[in-house]
Design a binder for this molecule. Structure first.
Ligand code: KIV
Length: 284
């Protein structure tokens, strides 16, 4: 999505009126209408949020993948709202252009629309995020409807949904064979419920293309091929931060882990050999 051309005036005064104009959900809609690809990355802290925002990424997802990437859990299942709130606040505070999406973790919306709205309101009030994301298609219809009805934009998430990894039988591509019908039903359900965009994770490119053609809201692919309206990646995967395997659909754009590892190794060697600190690093 190109840079928003003008500044936005705050109708009630206060706040910031300088800097680039905030990406809004309506810009997602315009992007789809005009065939302009939407870009997204996860972020869990203010340092990366600032870099990604300055590089023009359209939306930052404070994903529950923080479970793996920040907290060191094996899955996203243990992540709590209380754990995600400070991370989301840091990202929302740092990003001046990107739309910031708060991920609703497992156990914070499944029991019904009331619980879902309560969680969404917490994220909006306590973090400064601009939208929330939750997993599930048909099964999350009522939750999405209630949250959207309260004026909170919802990004839906269907296909492979990591919070259901045990129910789905592992990290398995969704929407193949007879699963295509379910995926299309899920896509239409979240659109009908009022979601402003839908993440399609790990689905065959041909099915993702079909969903994208049928929906009027933008589709955001994570391992869904090129024929979607936007792409989202987990930043630690695309930047080579993890020492584990990354999914097939990830292109590694940098090897930040090696850069950092080499720098740390050099620092340690310099301290141990007395090369650092040098005279220029000392106060008179
Ligand atoms: O938590 C996350 O990072 C996500 C993306 C993988 C879609 O939900």
């Amino acid at each position: 999505m190109p840079e928003q051309p003008s500044e936005e005036t705050n109708p009630y005064g206060g706040g910031t009126t300088t800097g680039p104009r905030r990406v809004r959900t309506r810009h997602f809609q315009n992007a789809k209408a005009n065939g302009i690809p939407i870009t997204g990355l996860t972020s869990y802290d203010q340092l990366t949020a600032r870099i990604f925002d300055q590089a023009g990424i359209d939306f930052l997802l404070v994903g529950d993948s923080a479970g793996n990437n920040v907290f060191g859990y094996d899955t996203t299942l243990p992540v709590t709202v209380d754990e995600l709130i400070p991370l989301t606040r840091a990202v929302a505070h740092a990003a001046s252009r990107a739309l910031v999406v708060a991920d609703m973790p497992f156990g914070s919306y499944e029991t019904g629309p009331d619980e879902a709205l309560h969680t969404a309101v917490r994220f909006m009030k306590e973090t400064g995020a601009h939208a929330v994301k939750l997993e599930g298609g048909v099964r999350s219809y009522k939750q999405i409807r209630r949250i959207v009805g309260a004026g909170i934009p919802v990004m839906a998430h269907i296909g492979f949904t990591p919070q259901s990894e045990h129910g789905l039988g592992g990290h398995i591509i969704q929407g193949r064979g007879s699963g295509a019908k379910q995926l299309l039903e899920d896509a239409h359900a979240v659109q009908d419920a009022g979601a402003f965009a839908v993440v399609l994770e790990m689905v065959p490119a041909t099915i993702a293309a079909k969903v994208t053609e049928q929906l009027s809201i933008p589709t955001i692919g994570v391992g869904a091929g090129p024929d979607v309206d936007g792409q989202l990646l987990v930043w630690t995967d695309f930047a080579g931060m993890s020492d584990g395997r990354v999914p097939k659909f990830v292109r590694q754009y940098a090897d930040v882990r090696t850069v950092l590892f080499d720098a740390v190794t050099q620092y340690r060697a310099d301290v141990e050999s007395g090369v650092y600190p040098a005279p220029e690093h000392s106060y008179e």
